[in-house]
Every structure is written in C-alpha cells, then in structure tokens.
Design a protein around this ligand. Structure first.
Ligand code: PLP
Length: 556
C-alpha cells in the first residue's frame, strides 16, 4: 500500500515535470499509467473553486446515490430478535448468553408481525428458504441469529451453509439466464468485488496457475484499478488487450476474440457489462467464447458481473462456460452498499483450476503440498476455491478467514429481497427502479447533448462514454475540432471543465478507451444535474470557440 501511494506521488511529481517541459505525449502516457481515478482527484480540487462559481457536479465516481431501505430495516429487525434470543439464555446488565436452537423457529414466528412491512418481508424470506430452498427452519434461523450476533468465527470459514444456498439462488436468478448451476457452484463471500479480485490473482499466482512471463488477456476498455492489478510487479504477467469499440456497440469483434484461441494466453479477464462502456456481451460473442474454449481448453476466464442486473436479459459468461469461469459479483452498486464491502467469488465444482492443479509438474505439486499441509491433511485434493480462502489469510490464518458473519446475513437479506419476487413470478420492483433511475438520467443527458441514446438491451446505462471530439465537430465543425485537438490535450479539456465550469468527468483513455472519450457516471447525480452537465460542457465549447477565433475568421 505504502509502495503504491509512493508510486502515485512519484507519478504526480513526474507529471508536473513533464508538463513543465510541455512534452504532451509523455504527459498523456503518464496520465494513462496513473489511471483515471487519480486524475479525477485533481479535477475535484479545481472544480471546488471553479471560475463560474457553479455548484460542483461530479459525475466521476460510480458510487450510487440511492440505497435499498428494506434490507437495512430487516437487518436491524433480525439483530433485535437475535439479541432477545441471547437474553433468553441468560441476561445480566449488558451481558447475555448464546442463542439456543431449540424452538427458535416458533419463537421467530411469534415475534414477527405480518402487518409490519419489515416483518412481512422476513416472514416471506424465511418461507421462501423453507419451501423453495428446502431448508430446515430452526437451522436457518439459528444460523441467521448466530451470524448477526457474530459471536462465532465464520464456520465453515469459506461461507455459512445457508448463506451459500441463498447466494447461489440469487446468482442463478439474476445472472445465469435460466442455466441451472446453483447446486454445483461454490461461493466465497468477500469484502466486495475488489477483495475478490485481489484474492483470486493472489491464489492463481501462488498456485502457479499464472506464472511470471505468462500472458493474460484483458477486455478493454476496463475499470482502471483492474488494469493495474496484473501489472503488479510481483506477478510479472504480460497483458494483451482484447478491445471493443463504439463502432461494434462495445461488443468484442471477431479478430479480438480470436486472440484468445492462442494457448499461450492463460487467462481472460473481463467486466461484463463493462465499465466504463457499460455494455454486456452479446449472445453471439458468448457462443464464440465456447468455440474459443474448444481451441484453448485451459483458458481461465475471470468475469466481474457487478453490473449484470442493469442490462436486460443478462447472461453471464459463467452460465455458458461454468467449468472455465471464475465469477465475481458485488452487491455494492445495485443496493447502494459500497461501505458494507459485500461481494463474492463463485466457482463451479468442476473447474479448470482444479484440473490444472492436478496437472502441475511434480516439483510445483511438492511445493504446494508443503504450503497447504499446515491447514489440511490432504493438501493435494484441496479445491482451488478453498485455496483462495486460505491464501486470503496467508494460509497460516485459514481458521480465522472468511467474511464477517453479520456481513453474510446482510448479503442473505439483499439476495432474499430479490428472491421473494422471483419465487412469486413477479418483477422485482427494486431492481426495476434502479434500472429506471439510471435510464432516465442517461436519456436526459443524451438529449441535452443532442446525441442519440443507445436503447439496446446490452446497454446497462450505468455509465456512458461520450466522445467529446465527435461532439465538438457536430456542434462547431471540423476546423474547431482540429483547433481543439491541437490546442488542448484531453486532460486540458477536463481541467478546464473542472476549473471553469465545476464539472468533474473521468478521463476515458485512463480506462484504455479512445482519446477524446470521457466516462460519465449515471449513478451518482440526479436527472436535472445531467442536463446541467451537458449545458456547462456546451458552454465551455462556446468559450473555446470564441477563443479559437474561428467564428471571427469566418465573419471577416
Ligand atoms: C464498482 C465496481 C465493483 C464493486 O467493487 P466493490 O469492491 O464490491 O465495491 C466491482 N467491479 C467493478 C468493475 C466496479 O466498477
């Protein structure tokens, strides 16, 4: 961490030097390396004292400005019930005992008031678990009570048993598009999708499934911090881009997909629907990936589906290639729970990583046998997913690994808030609202910019990439575009937008998106703010146009 902060400071220092020497190209290269997030931090400072004195409009971050209320009420309700259960055992001052299982289901029923909306949800959620998932009611309630109280280490450390079944049902309902995989999928809840990614890379590297010098393919443009993980020097991975572009509606073109057929490509890493382009892969591309695996059967696919519920009729790569795919999901965005840090890793019980572990050279096996022998009597057959869990605590502290149990209860509630509707064959009104919210903002932004919205099912509309060069040309002509491209770097433009107009957008090339693109998040401002962002952006163009004196030259 310190090293990273130091690097960022060093980079910023180097950027200042580069700017002074007016070496634009070198500057932009460095900007790409430090990443879009660090650049935005500077623009936030500029925007806070903007010349126009406008209120700051920061459409940089993807943190949503909505929250789910039902699950928060339900969490406190379960906590209240659970403390009461502990007090039944013994109670003196602020001290109570541990909850007892005997009769706990009946006491839950007696405590819940069907006329209270929160209790009604909990009743429906428990009914679903018992009737549809076939759980024993006392076991379920006891797990929820112990977990929310948090007086036991997570056991098993990877995932609480009822939680695993509930999360599996959620993934199947939201991301698998009908593929029945819940009974063959193992889940490891993690501190958000970010921790999931770090743990996976760590375990792939430690288990010698990815070695220094190996090639991994990355679907670009992509969420910047993810581009930076594989370049972590310790892993020594070589990365190649599998790119998509606006011309292909941000789907991956055939020539790019073909790169994955090369067996020297060991892993393929994607965000689907993507960030920043916010588009899901088409069925055609998913089918093409099946052919890719026929040619390159050892390919490990790592997919981050955090935005899956925002695209229509979404289908995860995991649903079509369960044996080759490691799935990462996070509740952060949909439910407004970024501060909770709740995400997960899902893997099939028959997966390429376990097969590759069995095929490792004897020398590697001997090394790993010694590594894991401190936590299991049969290290050779320890599944990769359990190794991810062990590695998340440097193996030695495996027995205290796993996500905090109250966080696992919260994940149960988030998942169940959807599953009770799914089970009744009804549309989930919360997911509908989340989708409608970003769609309304997107439509307002596009209309105010005079651009045609992309209403395709693949468009999650959580972010959008806007091509400011195309916008400049459409509004003021080619001569103005040329002026803009010669006189201003894209960073200059973003700095001007912040310093003069108080608007913060993100630098597209920082995500490996084309020069001239900016990422606008539709998650964190209100509809009218997006109209205002468009107005201020066009106002800056007006000022630029006057400065360029192209209009004057025409008049003369
Ligand atoms: C926001 C985001 C996440 C969520 O990360 P958390 O650590 O769960 O908050 C995951 N992946 C991508 C691509 C994201 O943009």
């Amino acid at each position: 961490m310190m090293k990273r902060i130091f690097c960022i400071l060093l980079c910023i220092g180097m950027i200042l030097v580069a700017a002074a020497s007016a070496d634009q190209e070198a500057e932009e290269q460095l900007m790409k390396e430090i990443g879009a997030f660090e650049i935005t931090a500077e623009q936030r400072v500029l925007a806070s004292t903007n010349v126009a004195g406008y209120p700051v409009l920061d459409a940089g971050r993807g943190n949503p400005n909505w929250i789910n209320t039902q699950t928060r009420y339900a969490f406190t309700r379960i906590m209240n019930f659970a403390v009461g259960e502990c007090e039944l055992t013994f109670h003196e001052g602020s001290m109570a005992g541990q909850a007892k299982k005997e009769g706990i289901g009946e006491r839950f029923d007696a405590a819940m008031d069907p006329n209270d909306p929160t209790d009604a949800f909990l009743i429906a959620a428990v009914d679903y678990c018992v009737m549809t998932l076939g759980m024993d009611k006392d076991s379920l309630i006891k797990e929820l009570v112990d977990a929310v109280i948090g007086d036991y280490y997570p056991d098993p450390s990877r995932c609480l048993p009822h939680t695993e079944a509930i999360l599996n049902a959620f993934l199947q309902a939201t991301l698998f598009d009908g593929a029945e995989l819940s009974d063959q999928t193992g889940i490891f809840p993690t501190e958000g999708g970010s921790a999931a990614m770090v743990y996976i890379f760590e375990a792939l590297s430690h288990n010698r499934l990815l070695k220094a010098g190996d090639t991994i393919a990355i679907a670009t443009p992509i969420f910047t911090p993810y581009m930076q993980i594989p370049s972590v020097k310790d892993y020594g991975l070589v990365s190649i881009d599998v790119s998509s572009s606006a011309g292909d509606n941000w789907d991956i073109a055939e020539a790019e997909l073909a790169k994955l057929e090369d067996p020297s490509v060991k892993a393929f890493f994607l965000v689907n629907p993507s960030n920043p382009a916010s588009h899901a892969l088409s069925d055609k591309t998913l089918e093409r990936l099946v052919q890719v695996i026929e040619k390159n059967p050892d390919l490990i696919i790592l997919t981050d589906d955090v935005y899956g519920t925002f695209a229509q009729d979404f289908k995860s790569v995991y649903a079509i290639l369960p044996g080759n795919t490691i799935l990462v999901y996070s509740f952060s965005k949909l439910y407004g729970v970024t501060g909770w840090r709740v995400g997960l890793i899902a893997m099939n019980e028959h997966n390429v990583c376990d097969r590759l572990l069995a095929e490792l050279p004897e020398e590697d096996k001997a090394y790993l046998r010694a590594e894991y022998s401190i936590v299991t009597t049969d290290p050779d057959s320890m599944p990769f997913l359990d190794r991810v869990v062990a590695d998340s605590r440097s193996i030695g502290l495996y027995h205290t690994s796993g996500l905090s149990t109250p966080s696992q209860v919260f994940m149960d509630l988030l998942a169940l808030s959807h599953l009770v509707y799914e089970d009744a064959g009804l549309e989930d009104p919360y997911i509908r609202l989340a989708n409608d919210t970003v769609h309304e903002r997107y439509a307002a932004l596009m209309s105010a910019l005079g651009l045609i919205p992309d209403e395709s099912e693949a468009n999650a509309q959580y972010y959008t990439l806007v091509d400011v060069y195309a916008l400049a040309e459409a509004n003021y002509g080619t001569e103005f575009l040329q002026w803009l491209q010669t006189e201003k770097t894209e960073i200059d433009f973003l700095n001007d937008l912040a310093a003069r107009k108080g608007v913060v957008l993100m630098y597209g090339p920082g995500f490996n998106a084309p020069e001239g693109t900016v990422r606008i998040s539709l998650a964190n401002l209100n509809t009218e703010d997006y109209v205002e962002i468009a107005r201020r952006l066009l106002e800056l163009f007006d000022e630029y146009y006057a400065e360029s004196e192209i209009g004057l030259a025409d008049a003369a």
